[in-house]
Design a protein around this ligand. Structure first.
Ligand code: FES
Length: 117
């Protein structure tokens, strides 16, 4: 699935991603620069990503809404772990982020994604 971008090709948000405190995260295998300390959701939105997951029933596209951990619209897969809240997870160098398609189950032995994302 291609990365969806803002309809006017301008991201909704912007930040300085050229300074020394920049890490590289990978979204659907594409490298994107992100300010260290920012959330995954903020980094993806700055990059122009507008679809983070699809719903389990209708496969409707969803994107972050509250940006504070309440709505769960920002669920993504991070480093192979599904159900990670992108708005509450800080970027890390080399982090692999993927869209979450439909329902996801946690790997066996994991009680909550909050401890592993
Ligand atoms: S945007 Fe609402 S929980 Fe992440």
């Amino acid at each position: 699935m291609p990365i969806d971008t803002h309809s006017q090709n301008d991201p909704l948000f912007s930040c300085d991603d050229t300074g020394p405190d920049v890490v590289t995260v990978y979204f659907e295998d594409l490298p994107i620069p992100a300010s260290a300390g920012s959330s995954v959701a903020a980094a993806l939105l700055v990059y122009g990503v507008v679809v983070f997951r699809s719903t389990p029933v209708s496969a409707a596209p969803r994107a972050p809404y509250c940006m504070m951990g309440v709505c769960f619209e920002c669920l993504v897969e991070i480093d192979g772990v599904p159900n990670c809240q992108a708005c509450l997870t800080a970027v890390r160098e080399g982090m692999q982020v993927r869209r979450q398609q439909g329902p996801a189950t946690l790997p066996s032995g994991v009680k909550g994604a909050g401890d592993v994302c």
